[in-house]
Each structure stands twice: as structure tokens, then as C-alpha cells.
Design a protein around this ligand. Sequence first.
Ligand code: SF4
Length: 304
Amino acid sequence: VLMTPPHYAFVKISEGCDNHCSYCVIPRLRGRFRSRSIRSGAREMEMLSADGRLKEVNLIGQDTTLFGMDRYGRAAFPELLNRLCRLENSVRWIRILYTHPAHYSDELISVIAGQPKICKYLDLPIQHINDRLLRSMNRRTTKKKIVGLISKLRARITGVCLRTSIIVGFPGETDSDFRELLSFVRETKFEKLGAFVYSKEDGTRAASYACQIPEEAKAERLDELMRLQQEISADANSSMIGRTVDVLVDEEEGEKGLFIGRTQSDAPEVDGAVYVRGRGIAVGDMCRVRLTDAMEYDLTGEVA
Ligand code: SF4
């Protein structure tokens, strides 16, 4: 049963997680990481696209980049992506969500860069950038590796849009750790960024850590980070004015001739929207839109 409109779908490629980030309860709730087969993922996509209305598939799993490791004994995500891209159907965008920065390979980056159907949008949750906090979060990566990965992604994938998520107020986060995070975000200019205050989850290691941060300080840090991101996002959106891009129309606004859609750089139910004015289009269409104006998180345009 498709719970989304017929033009986009979420396809789960794995369940569970073996990463055991110290703040996260998911491995306890969902169990060990296990992938479905490449064949079954491809069959689901064929089934969903059988009536020709499906335009976008969002691949999900707690750690999509690790796909296949348990089942095939190797990281088989590039193979799955190639297989899905070769299917002949109505799908125009294949979007990868929930990647883990420690699990990218050169092969994966080449497939993302080279396959036209794969959205040049990557969901890359880093959670923090300070090495001591990355260690106590058990993120299995370092600042140097994250910086290297981001520059590689931007160099090899033309026009890539990076979304990240960040936790502020993790136990032991000092003011100087937070300043380090802010200056990293200022320099990196993620096109999209979601931030959350750390909250204690029962049964996780981090819940028992000393040096929990007071709620007020967490809220102030979140506010400061999001104000910074608002400026970055507004600049990124302004630079889009005048361009003509593909937009997938999600819904019709109450007003006649006004629609709400998304570019390849906007994941459904997460990112911004494009308000599109035009005639002769309908929900579920993919159309060319000339962008005419920008707000902090959304864009407006006209059907070209
Ligand atoms: Fe796994 Fe993500 Fe939870 Fe880490 S945060 S344990 S990668 S589900």
C-alpha cells in the first residue's frame, strides 16, 4: 500500500543498524542491520512504477551506504543503484537518504556522479565536527575525514546539494566545541541543514554520560546555529534566481494556476518547496520552471 501520492515513493532497502551511535536507540529497537536483496528492491520499484505515474523513488534504511554488507559480504549499494537506474520505467529521480559519512566509497561516488537518474542531492548527517564529540557519539569518523569527504563529493558530483543534520548540546559539548561547529558550518555552507537539541534516550550510553548540558544552553545553541543556516540558505536560494530547473509538482494550491513542487535538491516532507505559477500542468507532472524569486527556504517560479 503506497502511503504517498502516486508520483513519489519511499523504498526501504535495509532494516536495523549496527553502528551503535551512543545517543541512538534504533539498534535496540530495530535490531541488527539486514539488507533486502537487489532483486527484491528492483521488483518493488517495477511494481510501484507499473502504472507509469511514479516519478521519484527515495531509498531509505538506517544506513543506506552499508547496503549489502550483511547479505553479500560487500558494500553492494553501487550495484543496487546501477540496477535500479537501468530499469525502464517512468522514474526520473532516485534519491538516496540517510547515508553514513564513514561508509562512502569512490565507486559509490562515481555511480552517483555518473547516473543521470540519481539526484545530485545527498543526505549526509554529520551530527558534529569536533573530534572528541564524534568519538563519544561513536560516529566512527573524524573531522579530517568528513572535510575530505565533503570536498571529494563537491569536486566529483557536479552541482551536488548536501543536506546534513547536527546535534547540539551533546553531553560534554563546551562553548568552544560549539564555536568550532559554527565556524565549520559557516565555511562549509551546507545547502540544507537540520539541527536538533540532544535529548536523553533511555537505554543509550550517552544518557549516562556526565556533563549533560542545561536545556537553556541547548536551546540557545540551536537558535544560533539555525540563524546562521538561515543566512546560508537564503544566499544559496538567491543564487538560483534566473535558472530553469526541473520541478516535480506535489500539490495544487487553493489559488487557480498556483502549484507547489520540488526541485531535485528538495527531499519530500523534509526540504523546501517551489511555488509554481502556470497553466497546463497537474499534480505529479515534472515540468521545467524558471525561478523568479527566492525566500530563505523556498523558491518561486513560472512554468517555462
Ligand atoms: Fe544507526 Fe543512525 Fe542510530 Fe547511528 S544514528 S545508530 S547510524 S540509526
